[in-house]
Design a protein around this ligand. Sequence first.
Ligand SMILES: Nc1ncnc2c1ncn2[C@@H]1O[C@H](COP(=O)(O)OP(=O)(O)O)[C@@H](O)[C@H]1O
Ligand SMILES: [Mg+2]
Length: 350
Amino acid sequence: MVELEDIWFRLAIDHLHLGLLIIDRKGRIQICNRALSGMTGLKENEILDRSLAAVSGSREHGHNKLLQTINTGREFQDLNPETVLPVTGLFACTVSTRVIRNRSGIPIGAMAVFIPAGRQQELENAVVKAEKLAILGQMTAGMVHEIRNPLTSISGFLQLLQEYLKGTPKEEYVTLMLAELKHVNSLIADFLQLSKPGYAKRARCSISKVITDVVMLVESEAFLRKLDIKLDMATDIPAILGDSDQLKQVFLNIFKNALDALSHGGVILLQALWNGPEKSVQVIITDTGTGMDEQTMANIFDPFFTTKESGTGLGMFIIKKIIDNHNGRIEIQSTPGEGTTVTVLLPAGL
Ligand SMILES: Nc1ncnc2c1ncn2[C@@H]1O[C@H](COP(=O)(O)OP(=O)(O)O)[C@@H](O)[C@H]1O
Ligand SMILES: [Mg+2]
């Protein structure tokens, strides 16, 4: 009887974009996946259990690199595919060979992986790009930290100077400098959020708890500014898999934007519910604030895009990144002069 596991295994290797050839210790072909059939024109059922030496037409014994791997234990990389099998010219590729060992470490076969040339280039480029970004991220985070310390002392001494210059015409300069410093500091704070690892934790977390925590943080500011926060949270919301600190960041940023948009009073309505068809937790934050025009909507997720005098333009950019990392979605509807609705959908961690 065919085991279920075997079926999945078979499907998996046939869906690989890489050609896969596996031989046993005697050099007989045991697996030739679909991609390899495409590259070579060889059909698996025609070559199964036949000796690789015969199929590949190797004249001298040991000439075939995959047979060399099984006979000597030596593994190869970046081979010309012809050293293992005749490959039709249409598919440029390189080949690597590996010994296959059983759980006790005894060689029981060998495999050759045929990597299509374009694909390999793509993989290499992706790796180089990811490495560059990681290094850049680390360097930036380090540098930003270093900038923060001198700023603290500059700001401290400026405050002393401000006392000293109080009532003189020069006081205004210091006030301006302090305001600029505050701006640089908020840029740095947002920047440091960015350089944190993308998806640090992955634990079950309750969106209701995340939202209640965030509301507690913004409540006093809303109260001072005479803004109303209305909460409407369903009780049947399942837990999701995610990083609760990062999700707090998301809702805090959305809340802050709503507060900023409500300079002349108004209401923030927050709804949370379970969206059955999408199998997602849905959070909707509506404000009756300034709203956005089309141009703002088109740029809202761009880093450093801001319409505020003291904005950083990093809030929505960070939000988008975090939601993407949680395989979620964010939608924004806005009417100038009427208000904005931000909807966040986060898939349940089933
Ligand atoms: N709820 C909202 N109402 C009106 N405009 C908004 C709202 N949320 C975001 N925006 C617009 O999107 C821009 C970018 O937001 P964000 O990335 O958080 O940066 P910042 O808040 O620092 O400006 C804001 O400057 C603002 O123009
Ligand atoms: Mg913001």
